[in-house]
Write a protein that binds this ligand. Sequence first.
Ligand SMILES: [Mg+2]
Length: 218
Amino acid sequence: MAPIPHCVVFCDFDGTITEEETFVAMLKQFTPALSAKLMPEMYARKLTLREGVRQLLESIPSKCYEDFIPYAEPKKMRSGFPEFLAFLADRNVPFVLVSGGVRIVVETVIGDLAPQMAGIYAVDLDTSGEMLKPITPYEDGNELVAKVKVMGEYPCEQAIAIGDSITDLNMALHAPLVFARDRLALYLDESEKTYVPWHDFHDIRTYLERYWAEDDPD
Ligand SMILES: [Mg+2]
C-alpha cells in the first residue's frame, strides 16, 4: 500500500453525508414558532448559532425525543459514502464525523456504518427534564459544536475537511486539503482558500486515490 502522510478526514453530516439538510428542517418541525422567530435572526447574524440553536433545542419537550428517530429514518445518504469509508479503512485513514446537529439523528441515518468511524461528534441531548437540554462539550465562540476544537483531538500531518456550508468554514480554513460543495465553496472563494469541488463521495474517493498515488515512490 502506498505510504501516505498521516491524515485524518473530518466530515460534516447535514447536506454533506446526507443529501438534504436535516437539522434546520427538524427544528422547524419540532419548534415551528420559535424557529420562525429566531432563524431569520441567526441568518442575519444578529443571533449566534450557539445561542439560537440552544434556545431552539431547549424549547422542545423531552417527550419529543423519541420522534426524532422516525424523523431521521427516511433521510438518505449521499452516493458513495459506504464505499468511501471502506476505501479509507483500507488505507488506515481515520474518519471523524463532526455535526452541529443532534446525535440521535446522525446515528439513525448512518446506522451500522458507525463502528467504522474513529469518532462521531454531535449535540447530545439530556431528556431527564421537561424540555431537552443540549450537552455540548465542544461549544466555543459562536458555535455549539466548534469543529476546529474537535480537530484538535486528532493531531495529524494532514487534516482533510469535507463540507457544504458556513458551519464548515472554520474547519475548512484549518485543513490543508478541503472538499467543498454548495455554499462552502462560495465562502472559500471569498476567503481565497483553495478547495476541491465535489458532488458525491465517489468524486472524493477518486481524487484521493490519485492524490495518494502521487506520493507513492513505486
Ligand atoms: Mg452541512
